[in-house]
Design a protein around this ligand. Structure first.
Ligand code: GAR
Length: 217
């Protein structure tokens, strides 16, 4: 049985599209049962609908600071569709600790940095200002703290001297689109387990590549 997934978005939805594409494969262990946006103007909604995925809008703005009120409506929508896993994909609203606790181990997020470095806003600018030579993207389980939680998967890219936040974000986005479906696959196949604050994986492949940057010849 495929695991039933809800993708939560607030904007463009390119990670959502990558997940939808991957889940369209017959052997993918999860199905995208619904895409939910907290904004009616999210560009991703149309993309999801064009892919034949059910979409729902639950506007968060009218709830203001009433996070629990918004979450009650969201939870009802998730329950109505028998959702087992949530993937946050550019979902720009914070949850209460209660909601996060309820979904702990079943809610993933993606962030465009190698966490725990550069959480929060402008991660690409943060990476450039820190002068790191490698950056990347992280898929992690959601905990109450923003852009933190047990790390499921990471992918890295080199950071060039002439990178701008835009060029770096384009390169990292390519990595995001690769690792989010892979991380969801691991979770849906029960190949990850939580040990305290860490996520352990029953990896099926060996990977011993080393990335070194810069390189001179
Ligand atoms: C992605 O880069 C995602 O990693 C980031 O928002 C973007 C959404 O793009 N998320 C965060 O920064 C979470 N703190 P998308 O709508 O095209 O997937």
């Amino acid at each position: 049985m495929k695991r039933r997934v809800a993708i939560l978005i607030s904007g463009r939805g390119s990670n959502m599209a990558a997940l939808i594409r991957a889940a369209a494969q017959p052997d993918f262990p999860a199905e995208i049962a619904v895409v939910i946006s907290n904004r009616g103007d999210a560009a991703g909604l149309q993309k999801a609908a064009e892919s034949g995925i059910a979409v729902e809008v639950i506007e968060s703005k009218p709830f203001g600071k009433d996070r629990a009120g918004f979450e009650a409506k969201l939870q009802a929508a998730l329950d109505a569709r028998g959702i087992e896993i949530i993937c946050l994909a550019g979902f720009m609203r914070l949850f209460t600790a209660e909601f996060v606790q309820h979904w702990y181990g079943r809610m993933l997020n993606i962030h465009p940095s190698l966490l725990p470095s550069f959480p929060g806003l402008d991660p690409h600018g943060q990476a450039l200002r820190a002068g790191v030579k490698l950056s990347g993207a992280t898929v992690h389980f959601v905990i109450p703290e923003t852009d933190a939680g047990p790390i499921v998967m990471q992918g890295a890219v080199v950071v060039r001297d002439d990178d701008t936040p835009e060029t770096l974000s384009t390169r990292i986005l390519g990595v995001e689109h690769r690792i989010y479906p892979e991380a969801l696959k691991l979770l849906a196949r029960d190949l990850v387990r939580l040990e305290g604050d860490l996520c352990r994986t029953t990896a099926t492949e060996q990977a011993d590549q080393v990335m070194i940057w810069p390189v001179v010849s």
